[in-house]
Design a protein around this ligand. Structure first.
Ligand SMILES: [Zn+2]
Length: 176
């Protein structure tokens, strides 16, 4: 009895995989997110990493798990596996393009680069990496400009993108 159910379960998984693995349908990026995914591949290419655009689905997920901003189904670097990035948009986590880019770069860091989370910090205490678990404002512009407070962090973007593709990138000048 149990074995029978198990066999059906395996068959269902297999057929689901087959559906997703078809080469003509496995690269699908939600149109309003494609600019950010394009940025990822462009930044990768600038740094000598050329990835085939295949087996990647990036879509919105209207799930109600308020704790999630985004997710990736696999941290394998194997591009033969169907990767799925979900961006949760019911209560969006982001307020500007830079935050949404950081969120998508973080998820593609898992899904394409196979990177795990890190809580390491730079000498000034800032997160070392886009792969930090809970910060999508690393290089965001001012969200709420008040007086002369230095709040535009966009000058940090180049370091964080370098680090995403090479975790041995040395700490930048602004972090000392
Ligand atoms: Zn993550």
């Amino acid at each position: 009895m149990y074995k029978g159910y198990f066999a059906i379960f395996i068959l269902l998984i297999f057929s689901a995989c087959m559906k997703q693995g078809g080469s003509s349908t496995s690269y699908q990026v939600e149109p309003t997110l494609s600019a950010y995914v394009d940025n990822f591949f462009a930044e990768a290419a600038k740094r000598g990493h050329v990835f085939e655009r295949k087996n990647l689905i990036v879509n919105y997920n209207s799930g109600t798990d308020g704790a999630l901003c985004g997710s990736c189904n696999s941290t394998s670097v194997d591009q033969g596996i169907q990767k799925v990035v979900s961006i949760y948009n019911i209560n969006p986590c982001w307020f500007n393009d830079q935050q949404l880019e950081t969120l998508i770069f973080h998820e593609l860091g898992h899904c394409i680069l196979g990177r795990a989370h890190t809580t390491d910090t730079l000498p000034n205490g800032n997160p070392k990496s886009i792969m930090t678990p809970n910060d999508i404002s690393l290089y965001a512009p001012c969200l709420y400009p008040i007086g002369n407070q230095l709040c535009d962090m966009s000058y940090k973007r180049n370091y964080y993108v370098d680090e995403l593709f090479n975790s041995n990138t040395p700490p930048p000048d602004w972090s000392h």
